[in-house]
Design a protein around this ligand. Structure first.
Ligand SMILES: [Mg+2]
Length: 222
């Protein structure tokens, strides 16, 4: 039986919904300490994001005349620590139901606290056999490192060919594990959906939705 491993952000849920959720938490925080309008600061942060600006909290605090280095750190603290209001994609929910009985895992990069809050909010600690937040094992073990994937081989007592990873980011999701013989599927959504990379970075399969990922599909994978 195949072991099915999922990436988290933009594979199982939409990452931008986490960002908006974080902005709402920061907007409420700014209202609480500086009486800045919640809706005004929220919309300002969204606009900064849409314009591709970095240092969004610096810009926001400056715009509303309440900038300090301490306030920036407080915003980051609120953003990272907040309880996110996020949901799994509909096709993720259906897919996980279909795969009931298969060993299922998550391997995700990113800030340890932030990723944990997302996994809790999405109920994935209950659904998955185990969720690997790669940064728990040191930054050097983030993707494309194969470290956490080999841990899954050990846990399940299987060879790489018996594990499939579904991710959205061709820059790092597939290149490391593909070389070891893990199976790979790229879901074409989120930030990277239009990115084209050399063949060694690309997944074996490209899918538009997790609806494609049926028991039959897994059985027929080469
Ligand atoms: Mg991702």
């Amino acid at each position: 039986m195949m072991v099915v491993v999922f990436d988290l952000d933009d594979t199982l849920y939409s990452e931008v919904t986490f960002v908006y959720s974080g902005f709402r938490a920061v907007a409420n925080f700014l209202f609480g300490i500086y009486a800045v309008s919640v809706i005004d600061s929220y919309l300002f942060m969204v606009k900064q994001l849409e314009q591709g600006r970095g240092r969004i909290f610096d810009e926001t605090l400056q715009h509303f005349g309440v900038f300090s280095k301490k306030a920036v750190l407080q915003c980051i603290y609120v953003y990272r620590g907040h309880k996110p209001d996020i949901k799994l994609y509909e096709d993720s929910i259906e897919c996980l139901k279909r795969l009931n009985g298969f060993p299922v895992y998550v391997v995700t990069d990113g800030n340890k606290l932030v990723q944990k809050n997302k996994l809790v909010a999405l109920g994935l600690y209950k659904t998955m056999n185990f969720c690997f937040i790669t940064h728990r094992y040191g930054v050097k073990n983030a993707k494309p490192s194969t470290h956490c994937f080999l841990k899954i081989c050990e846990r399940e007592k299987v060879e790489p060919q018996e594990i499939v990873y579904i991710g959205d980011n061709p820059h790092k999701d597939f290149v490391g594990i593909k070389a070891l013989g893990f199976k790979t599927i790229r879901i074409m959504r989120g930030h990277f959906k239009d990115v084209v990379k050399p063949i060694e970075f690309e997944a074996q399969y490209q899918i538009q939705s997790l609806d494609v990922l049926t028991v039959d599909f897994l059985r027929k994978m080469k």
